[in-house]
Design a protein around this ligand. Sequence first.
Ligand SMILES: [Cu+2]
Length: 386
Amino acid sequence: MASKPNHSYPEESPSGVFYKIAAILLGLGVSALVVFALIVSQAADDARDEAQAAKAAPALPAAQAAAGGHSAADHNVALPIQSFAGQTGANAEELAMKHQATDATLPPIPAGDLVKVHMTLKDMVVEIAPGVKYNTWAFDGHGAPGPVVHAREGQTVEMTLTNGGAIPHSIDFHAARIAPNVAFKDVAPGESFTFRFKASDPGVYMYHCGTKPVLAHIANGMYGAIVISPAKPLPKADKQYVLVASEWYMNGDGIAEPASLDMAKARATAPDWTTFNGYANQYVTHPLTAKPGETVRFWVVAAGPTLDTNFHVVGTIFDRAWVNGDMTQFQQGVQTVGVPAGGGAVFDVKIDEPGLYPFVSHAFAHVDLGQVGLLKVGEVKGTMGH
Ligand SMILES: [Cu+2]
């Protein structure tokens, strides 16, 4: 499709400017049709936001009073934002134990030169904290994050995206060197699209939906990790885990009925929950495990949409840290490494002494909101065997 971005824009409305800047930043050509569809969809979002805000308003007398009597729908009032942080269903502990934790184990590399990946996108309700439900747009129909893709440097990845959702979506692999306007294009509902790229750069990378507004698509769960293992093997690791850090912005507590995205909170970076692999605190109740003396490798991606992750394992020091996923060199003896939103890093720890070792984003507001797990080394009294 030919793209002549600049003269096809409508008048400079704020959203027009937004999309123009976004298009320039992304280096994408955007046709008038797509812009029109986006503005219509944005207008629909805004209408829905306002309807939801209006609905929520009667329940928020305190918030309104604090805002000086402005209604929740008054866009000149940025704060206060109603937070649902920490609000779980009743029997939170029981619900957390019952929840099946996302398997963080790095999957094996498929044999052969071609790694075929097929993801179907589905709109679905998932649990993101004990008793807290959210309306996601999910890759591969199992919630957020999407499945971990694992390839070896030199293999070719063939990606097929089938859109089983209600609106256009796309998939952007940070591990690819490819023309994004061709490969990462929008796929209409009911359609499939296939593209290939060479896994030429080892590391751990984010993938995500790149359809505008990207903030909404990522915030709704459209992200995951792709690991490209180096052709020259890394030092041996006994256990390998993939952690995708992300945050959720909700327009309700998600308990009586599923919450949806609160775009104002996403813009203000005021998350209700922050997570590893999509569910708050899931590896606290279902710890990742290792034996004393084993080397554990964490492949970490910060999916955001906006927050970085300051990765740290309490009670130890990274023996190796491939900062920014640069697999040509590692740092030794480091305590905390920033993983930027949209970036990745790889960490080795070898822990000899049995115990419970929390892994966190050391920006502690995010621990409070659920971005914490446990690495259980050896047998620990009072914990379940896994
Ligand atoms: Cu999408």
